[in-house]
Design a protein around this ligand. Structure first.
Ligand SMILES: Cc1cc2nc3c(=O)[nH]c(=O)nc-3n(C[C@H](O)[C@H](O)[C@H](O)COP(=O)(O)O)c2cc1C
Length: 143
């Protein structure tokens, strides 16, 4: 049991859909999940007070979206050491963003990472709903 913050960066809404499914999985395990658009995170204070963090961005031009980069600089000062963490994102073919976010959470913030990032081409195809919910469950069970 605990509180998890899920933050997403999206252009066309797919990464937002994934974040809501991850939140469902977290709640299925009996924990609390708060979902925020990265644009709502304006200071370190907005990141404080949670036991777990899941950050996601769609991949554009081989990279995460600018809003997520800006938020990761804020998060550097938010004292996230040893908090449970994971990353996710929608992608088309290469999907670099979730890996980059995961690497920053692990190597810079020194968080307690789940097994790896979660990438989905489309949350409604090929078991995507289940995969995203399972990722949320994985996060919650590590709290
Ligand atoms: C201009 C443009 C560039 C893109 N670049 C990449 C890319 O480098 N790698 C990749 O895997 N997907 C790329 N995509 C695909 C998006 O990641 C994919 O459509 C994703 O579902 C968008 O998620 P969103 O709805 O959360 O914005 C690109 C899409 C567009 C329109």
């Amino acid at each position: 049991m605990g509180k998890v913050l899920v933050v997403f960066a999206t252009r066309t809404g797919e990464t937002e859909r994934i974040s809501n499914l991850i939140a469902e999985g977290i709640r299925m395990e009996g924990s609390e999940a708060t979902v925020k658009n990265v644009k709502e995170v304006k200071s370190e204070a907005d990141l404080k007070g949670y036991d777990g963090y899941v950050f996601g961005s769609a991949t554009y031009h081989g990279d995460m979206m600018q809003g997520m980069k800006t938020m990761l600089f804020l998060a550097e000062k938010a004292g996230l050491e040893n908090k449970v963490a994971g990353s996710f994102g929608a992608f088309g073919w290469s999907g670099e963003a979730p890996d980059r976010i995961f690497g920053t959470m692990e190597n810079i913030f020194h968080m307690d990472m789940v097994s790896g990032p979660m990438r989905l081409k489309n949350s409604s195809l090929g078991g995507g709903v289940q995969m995203a919910q399972d990722y949320g469950k994985q996060i919650a069970s590590k709290l």
